[in-house]
Design a protein around this ligand. Structure first.
Ligand code: GAR
Length: 218
């Protein structure tokens, strides 16, 4: 898909702590992600710790908050404009908890990815985000959970799946403990891995599925 001479330029979109952003930054530094750089970080929340991580790593950070706009339409336009200003090859939703404007989905079709903290199609779709996903998994009593990286389409968590990784639930897990394990064992591995695959032209989308070239074991 994306194979080019210059490094792939990414915009990473965040809302909170930014541990997935950190995993991307670290993976670029240690060479697990090649041919890619972060051009900018965009948050909908000015207090997101993720913006601090960006600053500490010399990455331009921007905040576009719905609170600062009179209507959703104005916010959506400003959000897309802020993304476009970085001319990214890939948009990475790393814990970005805002509904993506349809114009942005169209503009970045098969060039925008999301990390979701469950094994899609379990515990995904409207209302399933952040800790709620882990609360629901524990309430249902499943024994295996995990995370998914997928391309973003018009549905909620319905786009082509790129990578998934399973994680075991343990006796006595709380939503917080489970969330942390899913991050450590799955999210922080598969998100950088998916970015590296895309940056090196190894991911192809065919209808609603992906074909991954030469995938090594995670
Ligand atoms: C992560 O667990 C991510 O999978 C989730 O938000 C958290 C952000 O953490 N995303 C969603 O639930 C999207 N539906 P982080 O800010 O520390 O990366």
């Amino acid at each position: 898909m994306l194979r080019q001479d210059a490094p792939m330029k990414m915009v990473v979109m965040v809302s909170g702590g930014g541990t997935n952003l950190q995993a991307i930054i670290d993976s670029i530094k240690n060479g697990q992600i090649t041919n890619a750089e972060i051009a900018g970080v965009i948050s909908n929340n000015k207090n997101a710790y993720a913006l601090k991580r960006a600053e500490e790593n010399g990455i331009p950070g921007r905040c576009v908050s719905p609170k600062d706009y009179a209507s959703r339409k104005e916010f959506n336009e400003k959000l897309l404009e802020t993304v476009e200003a970085f001319s990214p090859d890939l948009v990475v939703l790393a814990g970005f908890l805002v509904v993506i404007p349809p114009a942005m989905i169209e503009r970045y079709r098969n060039r925008m990815i999301n990390i979701h903290p469950s094994l899609i199609p379990s515990f995904c779709g409207k209302g399933y985000y952040g800790l709620k996903v882990h609360e629901a998994a524990l309430a249902r009593g499943v024994k295996v959970v995990g995370a998914t990286v997928h391309f973003v389409d018009e549905g909620t968590d319905t786009g082509p799946i790129i990578l998934q990784k399973a994680v075991e639930v343990q006796q006595g897990d709380t939503p917080e403990i489970l969330q942390r394990r899913v991050m450590e064992q799955a999210e922080w591995k598969i998100l950088p891995r998916a970015i590296d695959l895309i940056a090196n032209g190894k991911v192809q989308v065919v209808e609603n599925r992906t074909i991954i070239e030469e995938e090594d074991a995670l």
